[in-house]
Design a protein around this ligand. Structure first.
Ligand code: PRP
Length: 211
């Protein structure tokens, strides 16, 4: 009997895609947990325990070893810069990080950029040689250029619907985002067989989908 592996799962929109992928890989996840409000979910049949975390906190749980592995978007990984192993590109929740503004945007003297990703945005504009003031927001980022808080934003674009409905355009595409499987460094050594087993099963599904 293997040890219980703690998995930090992102609550919300990525969870559904991640659980589908796990099931396709033959990992048992009971159907009734998809809509539960429980935060710690033992799945003894699969020797797993799901920890339902806010997506932005997944790398923190994994870095500190409160979870052995986790699923998280590349956007969060880059922003949080936690000391974890990135094991696998799961290819789900595909979207991109972009610089966004109103169609008539022109560089002004004082440039403000609003974002949920201040580290990612600061690094990007530094590399571009642009001096900007980065303002951290926690959601509805598209509001900022509409009401004059900032002249541009850095945010995720998935379908482009939010931009379209708010009359905004992508000024620059920064990088592509997908969800990743990450592991705690110690867990990866101590529970290597178990973690590698999950990795291999997921990899097979990913390869089959790519064919
Ligand atoms: C995300 C993102 C964009 C939107 C992009 O927001 O910040 O606003 O989705 O998706 P689309 O291109 O398919 O329209 P989210 O729904 O996570 O809510 P938030 O405003 O709280 O960040």
């Amino acid at each position: 009997m293997s040890e219980i592996l703690k998995v930090a799962m992102p609550k919300g929109r990525i969870y559904k895609k991640a659980s589908q992928l796990f099931r396709a890989a033959g990992i048992y996840i009971p159907e009734d947990i998809d809509d539960t409000r429980k935060l710690v979910i033992p799945i003894p049949e699969a020797s797993l325990e799901f920890i339902m975390a806010k997506p932005v906190d997944v790398p923190t749980y994994v870095e500190y070893g409160a979870a052995d592995i986790g699923i998280v978007g590349k956007d969060v990984l880059l922003e949080e810069n936690r000391d974890v192993y990135e094991l696998l590109d799961l290819g789900i929740a595909r979207c991109r990080m972009s610089v966004i503004g109103l169609p008539d945007w022109e560089p002004g003297i004082r440039q403000r950029v609003a974002t949920k990703y201040p580290n990612v945005a600061s690094q990007y504009f530094r590399e571009q040689g642009q001096q900007v003031e980065v303002i951290k927001l926690n959601g509805s980022i598209e509001l900022a250029p509409l009401i004059g808080l900032a002249d541009r934003i850095v945010d995720m674009v998935e379908t482009g619907q939010t931009l379209k409905e708010n009359g905004l355009i992508e000024l620059d595409s920064m990088f592509d985002i997908t969800s990743r499987l990450i592991a705690n460094r110690v867990s990866y050594r101590m529970k290597n067989d178990q973690i590698q087993g999950i990795c291999d099963s997921l990899q097979q599904v990913i390869n089959a989908a790519a064919r």
